[in-house]
Design a protein around this ligand. Sequence first.
Ligand code: GUN
Ligand code: FE
Length: 406
Amino acid sequence: MPVIKTNVLTPLNENKFMFLRNVFITIRNKRISSVETSTAIHSFRDWTHLLCLPGFIDTHVHLSQYYIRGRNGNDLLKWLQENVFVEEARSRDQDYARKLSHLFFDALLQAGTTTSVIYTAPQSTACEIAFETARELGVRAMIGKTMMDTNSPADLLENSDQSFQESVALFQRWHQKTDLLEYIFSPRFAPVCTPKLMQRIADFTRANNAFIQTHLAENTDEISLVKSLFPDVGSYTEVYHKSGLLGPRTILGHAIHLSEKEIALLAETESKIAHCPDSNFFLKSGSFSLASIKKAGIDFALATDVGAGTTLSMLEMMKLCNYRQSDYRVKPAEAFYYATLAGARILGKELEIGSVTAGKFADLIFLDLNPDNFANGEDLLSHIIYLNREIKVKSVMIAGSTVFSA
Ligand code: GUN
Ligand code: FE
């Protein structure tokens, strides 16, 4: 029963966090059993020179694009054609896919991300390899193979039946078969998916309580393309709604350019949003209307969207989340929430992960930051967010097991 004496910074809700100095975290059966100011146990690890946070939750990231971060920024559709599709085709080579998976998960842990929601390249083998690597390294993740059964380059285009059946087979092989791993159905976006494929995904996921992720309204040319491909449907959001894809277990990446009617539809269906500030500005896609989405009561959380995002650092996403809003000041407490507990919430896991709370899984990170010199939690949290490049993640624990040490 490990006991760690340390300092804790944890979100409580969207507006509140808690800072505790010199407390004892006791871990039992993969979970935090207590966080207390004293302990009866004599032997504990003294990590009072470090700062413990809940592990970060990255709600939208493409494993298959890790190598092409920062490459040839361009408008979305061009960037996909010229960079992403070429790179994702390389994952057909299983040695390449394995190397990429290892690099990706190592970097993810080094960044302090303990839960991630991942798209792999479309090849089923690449997804299988991602699951195997995640299992080997002990990371918590939802992983799905990207699906694309129309309007795609020949070396990525899938037969519709095969795309669906391979996804179901991966779901059956991996979903909740270990403590940490789940499957998420991942149709890339409406321009490359047939209505038939989207409907089959909707039917299957509804019958099996499974999650879906896709992209929505990221770029204005993308929206025009969707309008031309689905001329009888009123909006991009309605294309997904008509196919049955919207709902409380659906995570939509970006969701930047939305009408009031579309925002209302997302709220009504309780769909979730992965907000990707780095990516949105790398591709000049536009800015996320954080205040309107918040006002509509739609749950959203932060994400890196590597490779359109340039880094796996969720600390940097907290900073960019504020920097990228010109008319709304994102408070440190909010940014912290969006990088942790909000992610847990959109995944339906807010009772399991996302904060340093007794009863939750011990998904903890320890920053190399001695809080002695900080007068209070506010100063400390601001420092972590805005000076994040000066801070190293020293140790990462998932479900009570140490998975990374610097
Ligand atoms: N839209 C469809 N596919 C992608 C992708 O891989 N990255 C981003 N940023 N947007 C997309
Ligand atoms: Fe994406």
